[in-house]
Design a protein around this ligand. Structure first.
Ligand SMILES: Cc1ncc(COP(=O)(O)O)c(C=O)c1O
Length: 480
């Protein structure tokens, strides 16, 4: 049998010419047509190199890499910027490990990415959770308020730092300026996972970038919303609360000793695009999104995630993240995502029971939004006759009780059992609907009935739930 290499599969997908509403932000390389730099995309293979005279060294940058990092730092307004080649994941590990000691308490948003939980295992920290508000119409986490942050710090005055996701995967941006004031009033460190917000500085119609809100460390996945290659990210520092030598050590510890020059060069290219073309391209993108929403506005039953006008002081929504909800027409988000891919060659970023997320970036074109609007019009038209509202049980984000720290749980003996028998047991693993990668159970937490029921519902609805085991995905790892 002829072997099919991974390359073959990627080429065959590329031949389908899918419209990309997913990451990476360069949109199948389309940005290179808009902003060609030399013939970067054609000579990539020749540029894959290592540390030789003239190429500098990421882990001790003094030459061209240092200059590129300084350009980015100047452009984005940090005191110091570090390029990352192991994704925001490595930046999140490093910022937490550089600002805590084993046993320290750290405040984290419950809607954090899995990398934050893994960082707690590495750093051996004790989590104290902040609970976001929930949007029950869309099944999404909303804002975390400054009052909530203050309340938790008052109740746990020994916490070292506060870690928040800003904006969320779905574009919710809490009032970070106010939160930064609170965190600094109590002399704590504010660490921001801005994986989904590398583009925020490109328009004043977008939420304020985390650096401008006053965060001490900000980690951005440049690859998600700007035109850098997958895994290419940045970590920015400002102010005097961070020990830079410790941070540099942690960056070396958490990253490859052979960083890819393709990734590094793509970060510098992304900054070049940002500086000289970014605002204009973002203006065009926002116009295209307005056009798309206007076309959709005539259809009852199609809704988008919008900021609640009564909660203006609590959060805003990044308009480049389009959360499309058709569930009032009897179409779940999972079905919508599959329909768009299978029948219209449009690939969304993710979906849940309620809606599907399109990520627009400066790599997209007006024709992408036309294709999406055409497809949705057809889908809505077919569904008009069956307008029965799907009723899902509401998940109240009932936070399970923590019994062990994530690191304690990591090293305990485990066993696998059926979910139905797991009530009252301690979870040995994270259970994460993916995407968006937000844990609903963390290692060391007690499994309750509500969580078991919810896991079964989303599993049945076709959401991928990472952490479950067995053929039917109904088994879970617990502490023996
Ligand atoms: C909120 C959030 N933070 C961090 C990450 C990790 O980013 P990366 O893929 O760059 O490692 C992700 C990835 O999806 C994410 O969604």
């Amino acid at each position: 049998m002829e072997e099919k290499l991974l390359i073959d599969q990627l080429i065959s997908i590329q031949k389908q010419q899918l419209v990309s509403f997913h990451v990476p932000g360069h949109k199948n390389g389309n940005i290179f047509k808009k902003v060609p730099y030399k013939n970067f995309n054609e000579v990539l293979i020749n540029l894959d190199t290592t540390e030789i005279p003239g190429t500098d060294n990421l882990h001790n940058a003094k030459g061209v890499i240092n200059e590129a990092q300084e350009r980015a730092s100047h452009l984005l307004g940090s005191k110091k910027t570090f390029f990352l080649v192991n994704g925001s994941t490595s930046g999140i590990y490093s910022m937490i490990m550089a600002t805590t000691k084993p046993g320290d308490k750290i405040v984290i948003g419950r809607n954090c990415h899995n990398s934050v939980i893994n960082a707690l295992m590495l750093a051996d920290c004790v989590p104290v959770y902040l609970f976001p508000e929930i949007d029950h119409e869309n099944g999404l986490a909303l804002e975390i308020s400054a009052e909530h942050v203050e309340d938790v710090i008052i109740r746990h005055p020994d916490v070292k730092a506060v870690v928040l996701t800003y904006p969320t995967y779905h574009g919710i941006a809490c009032n970070l300026k106010k939160i930064a004031e609170v965190v600094h009033k109590y002399d704590k460190i504010l660490l921001i996972d801005e994986a989904h917000g590398a583009h925020l500085g490109l328009s004043n119609q977008l939420p304020l970038p985390a650096l401008q809100c006053g965060a001490d460390v900000v980690v951005q996945s440049t690859h998600k919303t700007l035109p850098a290659f997958t895994q290419s990210s940045m970590l920015h520092v400002q102010g005097n609360r961070i020990d830079l030598d410790k941070l540099k050590f942690m960056l070396r510890l958490n990253q490859s000793s052979s960083p890819s020059y393709l990734l590094l060069a793509s970060l510098d290219y992304a900054m070049f695009v940002y500086q000289y073309y970014g605002k204009q391209l973002m203006g065009e993108l926002l116009e295209n999104i307005k056009y798309f929403k206007k076309r959709m506005s005539q259809f009852e039953g199609v809704s988008f995630l919008r900021a609640d006008p009564y909660k203006k002081d609590l959060y805003t929504v990044d308009p480049t993240k389009l959360w499309i909800n058709l569930h009032r027409l009897g179409v779940s988000g999972v079905e919508l995502e599959a329909e768009l891919r299978n029948n219209y060659a449009i690939q969304m970023e993710l979906s849940n029971l309620y809606g599907a997320l399109a990520i627009g970036t400066i790599g997209n074109e007006k024709k992408d939004f036309q294709r999406l609007a055409d497809a949705l019009e057809e889908i809505v038209d077919k569904k008009r006759w069956t307008s029965n509202h799907i009723q899902y049980p509401t998940y109240k984000m009932a936070i399970p009780k923590g019994f062990l720290t994530p690191r304690e749980a990591l090293y305990k003996e485990k066993q696998i059992m059926h979910l139905d028998d797991a009530e009252g047991r301690i979870s040995g693993t994270s259970i994460i609907p993916y995407p968006p990668g937000i844990p609903i159970l963390m290692p060391g937490e007690i499994i309750n009935k509500e969580i078991i029921d919810y896991i079964k519902i989303i599993n049945k609805a076709g959401t991928e739930v990472v952490g479950l085991q067995g053929e039917t995905n109904l088994r879970i790892e617990v502490i023996k």
